[in-house]
Design a protein around this ligand. Structure first.
Ligand code: PMV
Length: 299
């Protein structure tokens, strides 16, 4: 059984698409996949999504699978890859990249190969290009290698040594965002209003630099302030929603140091940093939202 990590972006989503840095952290769960012999292969089955695809079937998933098959030179692999996502799709938690990495590893293992982290990440980037259009590369890198670090497009992850474990509450808005649509919308804003949009992206990038220092020093209250500022800047890029704002407000009322959307926005998930994330999860559930608590440990 092959596996891959999910992820949260702590600071810097959207700005990272446009060359600014971002901080990402792996979640313990992401996706698993295995491959079994099948004469009709290569095939990909994702039972949780009720779907089975083949590379040439024209579906988005089929084309993403085709990109991985091509990257691996695996067109003649007579197998069916069965993938099991462990996090919601469209939830801003890097589900598609995790499935891409797990699928690439399972297909390679069927062919007797073991992919190293950078190979698994590259194979999943080919997958992500189909699903997302213009991925920054952050999701596939974390899905393959795990850890917590600062990422800038085209550069390796710079690991962050956490000063303290970071406790997060992760809440689900119950609505699904399209990362692709949100990324395209920001790109359009940048075309229409280049200076104003770049100022916002620069502001998010600046938060990443000082947020990384807060993480290294274990200053979680300061990190929370960075979350709040980042959320305000993301909202000004029109990627927030009523539900996201509500989850953030509930989290702050329940004692969180700060809260923001994570990932593409337009729906999906919210993260809150808190001393007692379970209090936040409970407050969300009292208002009809589901969530869970995680503790991030750097490597
Ligand atoms: O929605 P997710 O989990 O795929 O995260 C997307 C993060 C963005 O910065 C919006 C896009 C990207 O490719 O980095």
């Amino acid at each position: 059984m092959q596996s891959a990590f999910g992820k949260v972006i702590l600071l810097g989503e959207h700005a990272v698409v446009h060359g600014r840095p971002a901080i990402a952290a792996a979640l313990p769960r992401g996706a698993t996949a295995s491959a079994e012999a099948d004469p009709a292969g290569p095939l990909l089955s994702v039972p949780a999504w009720g779907t089975m695809v083949e590379p040439a079937d024209g579906s988005d998933l089929g084309r993403a699978f085709a990109a991985v098959v091509e990257w691996l030179g695996a067109a003649s692999a007579r197998c069916k890859v069965i993938a099991e996502p462990q996090i919601p799709a469209g939830g801003g938690l890097g589900c598609s990249a995790a499935v891409g990495v797990a699928v690439a590893r399972a297909l390679a293992a069927f062919l007797g190969r073991e992919l190293d982290t950078s190979e698994a990440s590259e194979a999943a980037l080919a997958w992500e290009r189909v699903i997302h259009g213009n991925p920054s590369g952050i999701d596939n890198l974390i899905a393959a290698g795990g850890g917590v670090g600062v990422y800038r497009r085209g550069e390796p992850l710079r690991p962050i040594a956490l000063g303290l474990p970071v406790r997060l509450a992760i809440g689900d808005t119950g609505t699904r965002g399209s990362t692709r649509a949100m990324v395209e919308s920001v790109a359009q804003q940048r075309e229409r209003r280049p200076e104003a949009t770049d100022e916002i992206l620069d502001g998010i990038g600046a938060l990443v630099d000082s947020g990384a220092a807060a993480l290294e020093r274990g200053h979680l209250r300061v990190l929370g302030q960075h979350f709040d500022l980042c959320q305000a800047l993301l909202a000004s890029l029109l990627v927030s929603t009523v539900e996201i704002e509500e989850l953030c407000a509930i989290a702050r009322d329940a004692g969180a140091f700060g809260a923001k959307l994570t990932g593409g926005g337009g729906g999906g998930s919210v993260i809150a940093v808190a001393e007692r994330p379970d209090d936040v999860v409970q407050a969300w559930s009292g208002r009809g939202y589901s969530g869970f608590a995680v503790e991030l440990a750097g490597r």
